[in-house]
Design a protein around this ligand. Structure first.
Ligand SMILES: [Zn+2]
Length: 221
């Protein structure tokens, strides 16, 4: 698997220090389950953070050992690979392929979720305690597109099944797109299979196509 679109470094740093708010921590953890590079990055950040804490001098003592960082990095590089994700028994294959951090939050297997259909896009909202934010699983029919839209805040989208393309690139399983108010895009699922994504938004989307501008005020997205 080749994951080529990753969370921004600031998200990984906040994740490693335990300061990332829940819906963002969920999507970063789900990405990491599919991305060895980000797992190593977070392990390195955690190790460095731990080393700095251990070695933090008391007031008036000597500076932190300059070689500590290099020693920690070489220890991190020697970490064994993560074990493969074991599928739970008695769930269908598509659900078993959803990485554990998200799968544990799903109230049912993929096919039994309470999907809300809007044209070629089906949506399920998951509980989210962070005010103004929304967490949703999207299923876009093969070869079909999401309505053109822009963002009033941040939108993180992680591909779990299938793939999609938009003006910024091609996103495969494990890839994460970070969109902000400057991006106006229309993601289109590749032909072949439905594209399932996890999306976290910090504010409602804003439809921008000709029809979208007309119906946007009436939609709860
Ligand atoms: Zn990554």
């Amino acid at each position: 698997m080749n994951v080529s679109h990753h969370p921004e470094p600031a998200l990984l740093l906040d994740y490693a220090t335990g300061t990332l708010a829940d819906p963002f921590a969920l999507i970063v953890a789900t990405h990491m389950a599919l991305c060895p590079a980000c797992r190593r990055e977070v392990a390195a950040l955690e190790a460095v953070g731990g080393a700095l804490l251990e070695q933090a001098p008391e007031a008036g003592e000597a500076d932190v050992d300059q070689g500590a960082f290099e020693r920690m990095m070489s220890r991190v590089e020697a970490l064994p690979p993560e074990p493969a994700i074991a599928p739970l028994p008695a769930i269908d294959t598509a659900t078993a392929r959803i990485p554990r951090p998200l799968r544990d939050r799903l109230p049912a297997s993929l096919d039994n979720l309470p999907w809300r259909r809007q044209g070629p896009v089906e949506t399920v909202f998951l509980p989210c305690d962070l005010p103004g934010h929304r967490v949703r699983v999207l299923r876009i029919a093969a070869g079909r597109g999401v309505p053109r839209h822009t963002h009033r805040g941040t939108e993180l989208t992680l591909v779990l099944q299938g793939s999609f393309s938009d003006e910024t690139g091609h996103y495969l399983r494990g890839d994460m797109e970070c969109a902000n108010p400057e991006l106006d895009h229309r993601p289109v699922a590749d032909p072949g299979e439905a594209c399932v994504c996890l999306a976290v938004t910090s504010a409602p989307l804003r439809l921008t196509g000709t029809l979208g501008r007309l119906i946007d005020p009436f939609l709860d997205i």
